[in-house]
Structures are given as structure tokens and as C-alpha cells.
Ligand binder design. Structure first.
Ligand code: NAP
Ligand code: ZN
Ligand code: ZN
Length: 347
């Protein structure tokens, strides 16, 4: 057992504080990873604050992990000490159900093991990447391409795969008009990835204040959703809309921006229920769906794609002492575009 520094939430209402966590001994199929950088995902805030239902504490968040292999178990053949690797939202699954066999471990029917907040095989609670080390089964470790810096790669492990997966599945590519709603952590990677896939990208943000960035990241057009004229001007304009907003939105307004048969895919996961006009959905053959991260195989595919296209996240590296402040800034949409914790600053 290894006792390592971490930052944890002790309740839904208290700030995160420094602590330590125990990492299990490296088993035959385990990899001990020295975490270098970990991204702060908005899901960390939803989880820490029990917004998606009661969470278990203490909770060490963090599922955008990038680091270096420190030790491998005796049966591990794919990785060696020194390799640059990543871990995302999952550290295990049943491996036997239909979704698992299809490579969609995120939809495991028997309950996958999340990187934090899940009960592990040994009965302990998994603890995430706001920490210096983690031990993970080798099947749930992915390789970071040599062309990507580890700090810019870390957010790909959640924000990257969460946007890549629906963009691929719903056909973002040449000749397709794609809108990305919300230019935060997920949104800015959605813009980069959709652009690299060859789609014509439009950003729909609350205001125009990040327009220069949006266009630099690969968007052709940029509109403010606070301006009602946006929804008139863009009516019926898009094949695909990826909604990354962490709060309630008016789904019908966005569905109105789709071409007939177009799809609005929700990856943003606000705790509140949203309603929509089903008759309007029917009349236009629109699709309104959701998408959860992506499987392990697809996560490696996404990393390789990002490596080839030089796509990393735009990051603001922070010391661990600034985690609580970063949460507040994300809630104020004041992030350009992902906070990433330098784990060497953990006390
Ligand atoms: P983030 O960095 O905070 O970005 C969210 C963006 O949404 C903000 O930058 C803002 O963009 C927009 N926004 C926020 N509040 C809004 C409001 N009241 N009205 C309209 N727009 C608003 O968050 P993130 O890390 O990208 O995560 C976004 C959401 O995706 C969260 O709910 C998170 O839990 C979820 N998520 C889902 C998955 C999945 O597998 N489906 C994976 C990861 C995260 P503008 O400033 O441009 O308006
Ligand atoms: Zn996440
Ligand atoms: Zn399964």
C-alpha cells in the first residue's frame, strides 16, 4: 500500500482540502502511474456538490489524468516504466455484458467502476486524480502520443473523448454544418475536433466575448445565444449540434436550429430535468439524444487522432491550492479553457 498526497471534498458544501489517500499494491495487471497533470472537469463540481444525487465522502475528484508509468505488474505487457499514459473516467467494468463486449464500457450493464466515487473490487471507494499517484488495471490505461504535452493531453481523457465520440458517431465531417453550444472545457475541444474532422463549425456562446478564441480554434462563425436574433438567423442551419452546457438550456430553441433530420446531442449534464416539444421533434424528424464519454478503445483512437492533428486542450495550469477558486471561476464561465492541476504542487 502506498500513501500519497491528494485533495479531497469532505462534504457537499465544504471547500476541498489537502489529505492523503491509500493506493493498493500493484497487482499482476496493475499499473502504478505517477500523475503529472489532472484536468478539472465540470463533472467534478457536479459530483463534489452531490448535484447528481448523494455522493460518498471523502471524495478525491479527477478523471482527466496524464502521467508517467512508475511500475507495472508482472502480467502487464503493453506498458513499461517511463511510458506516457492517461486515465479517464473509468478504471474497470464487467467486461462481459453487451456494451462492454462492444467496447462501450461507459454503458456497462453491471455498473462500471468510475475513477472516483465507485466501490472497487476490494470494497474500498475509488479515489481520483487530484493526487500524485494512482494504481489502475492495464486495460483501462491509454497511451498519450509523443506529439502531445502531458498538460494539454490531460483534458482529452474526458473532455476530448466526450466530444470526439458523438462527433464521430453523428457524422461530423466535410460538408456538415456543426454547432457547438458553450465554449468551455468540452466546447473548445469540440470546436477543435469537429474542425479537424472537416466540418464547418459554429460556436453558440452566451456572449461574443470569446469570439476571437473561437475563430482561432477553428470555428467559421460565432454567435451569442443571449441575442434572440441568433435563433432567427440560424433557424434550420445545422446538421448536428453538440450541447456542452452545464446548466439548463431551452432545448426547443436549439432544436429549431437543426435541418430536418438533424441531431442535437447533449453531453452537458445539468442536474435539472429539461423539457421539449415532442410534436416539433416529430414534425422535423429531429433527433435529441445524449452521449456519455466513450469506450477505452475509442479513447485511444481519439488520442491518436489528436496526436496526428496536434490537438491539445488550451490550459491554465494551477497549483493545487487554487482548486476551490478554479471551481468558482468555472461556475462563472471564467475559464480559457481548462484548468489543469500541476500535481507537483500537492502538499
Ligand atoms: P465548463 O468548462 O464549465 O463549460 C461549460 C460552458 O457552458 C461554459 O463555459 C459556458 O459557455 C456554458 N454555460 C455555463 N452556464 C451556462 C448557462 N447558465 N447558460 C448557458 N450556457 C452556460 O464545463 P465542462 O467541463 O465543459 O462540462 C460541461 C458539462 O458537460 C457539465 O455539465 C459536465 O458535467 C458535462 N460532462 C459530460 C460528460 C459526458 O460524458 N456526457 C463528460 C464530461 C462533462 P459560454 O461561456 O461559451 O456560454
Ligand atoms: Zn469529465
Ligand atoms: Zn459490462
Amino acid at each position: 500500500m502506498l500513501t500519497v498526497p491528494a485533495y479531497a471534498a469532505t462534504s457537499a458544501t465544504e471547500p476541498l482540502t489537502p489529505t492523503t489517500v491509500e493506493r493498493r499494491d500493484v497487482g499482476p495487471h496493475d499499473i502504478l502511474i505517477e500523475i503529472k497533470y489532472v484536468g478539472i472537469c465540470h463533472s467534478d463540481i457536479h459530483n463534489v456538490r452531490s448535484e447528481w444525487g448523494p455522493a460518498s465522502y471523502p471524495m478525491v475528484p479527477g478523471h482527466e489524468i496524464a502521467g508517467v508509468v512508475a511500475e507495472v505488474g508482472r502480467e502487464v505487457t503493453g506498458y513499461a516504466p517511463g511510458d506516457r499514459v492517461g486515465v479517464g473516467c473509468m478504471v474497470n467494468s464487467c467486461r462481459a455484458c453487451e456494451p462492454c463486449l462492444r467496447g462501450e464500457e461507459q454503458y456497462c450493464l453491471n455498473g462500471n467502476t468510475l475513477t472516483y466515487g465507485s466501490v472497487d473490487a476490494d470494497g474500498t471507494l475509488t479515489q481520483g486524480g487530484y493526487s500524485t499517484h494512482v494504481v489502475v488495471n492495464d486495460d483501462f490505461v491509454v497511451r498519450v502520443p509523443g506529439t502531445l504535452a502531458l498538460d494539454e493531453a490531460a483534458p482529452l481523457l474526458c473532455a476530448g473523448i466526450t466530444t470526439y465520440s458523438p462527433l464521430r458517431r453523428w457524422g461530423a465531417g466535410p460538408g456538415k454544418k456543426v454547432a457547438v453550444v458553450g465554449l468551455g472545457g468540452l466546447g473548445h475541444l469540440a470546436v477543435k475536433i469537429a474542425h479537424a474532422l472537416g466540418a464547418e463549425v459554429t460556436v453558440l456562446s452566451q456572449s461574443l466575448k470569446k469570439m476571437d478564441d473561437g475563430l482561432r480554434l477553428g470555428a467559421r462563425r460565432y454567435f451569442a445565444t443571449s441575442d434572440p436574433a441568433t435563433f432567427e438567423q440560424l433557424a434550420g442551419a445545422f446538421d448536428l449540434i453538440v450541447n456542452t452546457v452545464s446548466a439548463r438550456v431551452d432545448l426547443d430553441s436549439y432544436l429549431g436550429l437543426l435541418k430536418p433530420g438533424g441531431a442535437l446531442i447533449n453531453v452537458g449534464a445539468p442536474p435539472e430535468a429539461l423539457s421539449l416539444n415532442v410534436v416539433s421533434l416529430v414534425m422535423h424528424g429531429h433527433v435529441c439524444a445524449g452521449s456519455l464519454i466513450g469506450g477505452i478503445r475509442e479513447t485511444q483512437e481519439m488520442l491518436d487522432f489528436c496526436g496526428e492533428h496536434g490537438i491539445g486542450a488550451e490550459v491554465e495550469i494551477i497549483p493545487a491550492a487554487k482548486i476551490n477558486e478554479a471551481f468558482e471561476r468555472m461556475l462563472a464561465s471564467d475559464v480559457r479553457y481548462r484548468f489543469v492541476i500541476d500535481t507537483s504542487t500537492l502538499p
